[in-house]
Design a protein around this ligand. Sequence first.
Ligand code: HAM
Length: 421
Amino acid sequence: MIIKPKGTYDIYGLESKKWQYVNNLIDTLCEKYNYSLIRTPIFEATELFHRGVCETTDIVKKETYDFIDRGNRGMTLRPEGTAGVIRSYIENKMHGDPNQPIKFYYNGTMYRYERPQSGRDRELTQFGIEVLGTNDPSIDAEIISLPVTLLKILGLKGIKVNINTLGDDESRNNYRAALIKYFAPHITSLCEDCQARYLNNPLRILDCKVDANNELLKNAPITLDYLNEASADRFNKVKHYLTLLKIEYNIDPRIVRGLDYYNHTVFEIEATVKDFGSNNVLAGGGRYNSLVANLDGPQTDGMGFAMGVGRLILALDKEEIKLDINETIDCFIMYVNDEEKEEAVLLTQSLRVNGFITEMEYTNRALKNQFKQAERLKAKYLIILNSEDLKNNIVTIKDSITKEETKLPRAKIVEFLDSKV
Ligand code: HAM
């Protein structure tokens, strides 16, 4: 037997209904916020992620699925959605569109070669948004408000919004210098990866899972102490808009995020759900005002976030949140002989076209078994065809709850069901 690769999942049955429900909600919500769907390739030139997400991050250094295609080109399965969206923005010259900011959302699979565990997969689905072409603090608040609203609509209570700012380039550089100075006497007490991070990108040290409980990290300088006036002022405006929108937040100066492209606002939304385990960050994002320029586009401000849809559904399960999922069908069509079966095929098609979720018996089972099948499918109405009645264009409809049976002219079925379903 061939089994699925580690860290991937099959979604079917009730589980896929949950995914569909959540995906539909995402589509509806993004439409209200006026974000348009963007679909970019699942694989891109390897260079995009190395320059975009940055060489020094774990995601690019250790977790990408890289391959050489048959034309000898280096390709990578996307580990996240932002880099592809930015590539598309530049390649399609969307910066020339007078209608800025451009607001996109996406919902698709990403690939990271991680150690699989609950909430941490190798094939993961991310829903995310990216806004390009504005640095206005009100958009930072809007971007944080969208996932918060989604979680509220879904009824997820145990959530915590953690925000921080890395400031502009000057602030970030000052902070970087402070970290280098702070860690210098203690380099050897850090894990091997952090020793390399010290040279390449010391902010990454604060994100380290190995050293997470090291006192040295806990007492490290915080970004907020190194902000210049403009950056501090900007952060105050973001907080003001969040307060205006009644979004409760917690300032967590330890958030620096796992990707290198961030400046100014960074945020994470945590699920404080019982038994959720350590992979409890449902969504993360931030501002990236240099990313478009780093990828050879014109200077363009941007910000976005992404949420793990699998993690979100796990959180809903842990909180035992019942989604309004339809597990019933409207009609099940039953018959005994082949002549009736032809009518069943036609009637099934006609009811489906008229908008009713309809299923029929396919394999001429005994009527007793057809009743059982209708029950398993949770059919609201059973339509029973028999040759004698059909000669007079009559069918029998049985309400599966009240057990009431009605004989109706065939032409009246849609009208009857319309009044009931
Ligand atoms: P990220 O923090 O790497 O950010 O991922 C965002 C979310 O994706 C996480 O909070 C988590 O819910 C989910 N996620 C990440 N890795 C896994 C995994 N292995 N298994 C299951 N879920 C996972 C980004 O990807 C950025 N591109 C977000 C962004 C958009 N920043 C600006 N724009």
